[in-house]
Ligand binder design. Structure first.
Ligand code: FMN
Length: 200
């Protein structure tokens, strides 16, 4: 059996700094009418409250107006995304806390977000992590190495300084473009985000 509809992308939002990157990722998926499933940890909600001008429930209400958007509560382990039979195109965790990175690297899946990411690993589906912490200690680094070796793509949200970003918006757009490439949704970076070499 085949379906003409794109398979859903799962967006996991955890309690690291950088809620604005999650917002921009979901906004862009919905702008493209790509079916999108959002999962947010309890700490993710706390950080959202700190960093955004609205709380997560207010953002959810806005996203839920889009027919391609679905949200499941973090403890709803009976949600379809908890199963390998769910036809996810892939998953991004943005931002990814060191706590969730450590859980995943250790094979722990005690909430729906972690379970969904663990399913991506076991089913060999694209899993993209946007870890945010600084500085990083050895366990952080080892956990990311473990996940990278398992096939996850690790995208630290670092500016492309050579593009001379004019502000946080430019940095966020660059990270989102990287996420879309890593998920296989885009084949190239937008022209304005490609290094052009020295000016003639
Ligand atoms: C305002 C705020 C900012 C935080 N920033 C980070 C961060 O950048 N990276 C990180 O790993 N944890 C950060 N934390 C700590 C995590 O939220 C905490 O470890 C939490 O247990 C993560 O849970 P989760 O993985 O279920 O989202 C932050 C917490 C708060 C309240």
């Amino acid at each position: 059996m085949t379906s003409t509809k794109a398979n859903p992308v799962v967006v996991g939002i955890t309690g690291a700094s950088g809620a604005v990157m999650a917002r921009a990722t979901v906004d862009e998926l919905l702008r493209r009418d790509i079916p999108t499933v959002a999962l947010c940890s309890n700490a993710g909600r706390l950080v959202w409250q700190e960093e955004m001008d609205e709380n997560f429930n207010e953002t959810l209400i806005e996203w839920q107006e889009h027919p391609s958007f679905v949200h499941y509560p973090i403890n709803e382990l009976r949600a379809p995304v908890a199963s390998g039979t769910y036809p996810a195109a892939g998953m991004v965790i943005v931002p990814a806390s060191m706590n969730s990175v450590a859980s995943l690297a250790g094979g722990l899946s005690g909430n729906l977000l972690l379970r969904s990411a663990d399913v991506c690993l076991k089913e060999r589906r694209p899993l993209v992590l946007v870890p945010r912490e600084t500085p990083l200690h050895s366990i952080h680094l080892e956990n990311m190495l473990t996940l990278s070796r398992m096939g996850a793509v690790v995208i630290p949200p670092e500016p492309a300084f050579y593009l001379k970003p004019q502000g946080i918006g430019d940095v966020v757009d660059f990270v989102v473009a990287r996420i879309f490439m890593a998920l296989g949704l885009d084949q190239t970076m937008p022209d304005e985000m490609q290094y052009q070499g020295p000016e003639a």
